[in-house]
Design a protein around this ligand. Structure first.
Ligand code: PA5
Ligand code: MN
Length: 187
């Protein structure tokens, strides 16, 4: 099946990708194992949205490109900022670009035991090299972080990778804005 030309539009006001074909929403109860104090997520907060993704699908074959818009809400679990689950691509030869649209935050990247962190904001795009797992964190206490992503259609998702090689740092709210915490550190 060949892909015909099409247009999408990032609507900053409505925070949506016009022309999307898929939508997903991730809530706190889906992320109990991702937050350090995930066990403290109560029935009252279980259905709070952490992020939503609008995606435009194309045939998942080499040469085509997928794109999506992620809206990562402002919030925290015991001061650990809201973040995406994080994943690597099943095809380790596939890189990705994240472009900030509104708000700001961090992109955490990990390749086995190597850890890197980059800021993302409306003037900045982050290049995630092939083979690096990636997670985004909203470090604002006021606004959603919205970013646009483009990646090869054959990439696939490997969510288990971040269980085998967990991100080396957690990101928590701090007087300075945010602080990076190691596994054996408390806050
Ligand atoms: O393709 C990507 O890397 C992004 O679009 C993410 O899938 C999105 O931000 C949601 O994160 P995750 O897939 O880790 O739940
Ligand atoms: Mn990805």
């Amino acid at each position: 099946m060949t892909q015909e030309p099409f247009t999408t539009r990032i609507n900053k006001v409505a925070a949506t990708l016009e022309g999307h074909s898929d939508f997903s929403s991730t809530v706190l109860k889906d992320m109990m194992t991702h937050f350090r104090f995930g066990k403290e997520i109560t029935d009252d907060t279980a259905n709070t949205e952490v992020y939503r993704v609008y995606k435009r699908s194309v045939p998942t074959v080499a040469g085509e490109l997928l794109q999506c818009l992620t809206i990562l809400r402002q919030g925290s679990v015991r001061r650990e900022f809201f973040m995406t689950r994080g994943h690597n691509h099943s095809d380790k030869g596939c890189a990705e670009i994240y472009q900030g649209v509104t708000g700001y935050g961090l992109v955490l990247m990990q390749q086995e035991n190597r850890f890197e962190i980059r800021e993302i904001n409306p003037g900045t795009s982050v290049y995630i090299p092939a083979g690096w797992s990636h997670r985004t964190v909203n470090t604002s206490v006021e606004k959603d972080l919205v970013f646009y992503s483009v990646w090869p259609a054959q990439s696939g998702y490997e969510y288990d990778y971040v269980t085998r090689y967990p991100f080396s740092k957690q990101v928590v709210e701090d007087i300075e804005g945010y602080r990076l915490i190691s596994d054996n550190e408390s806050w």
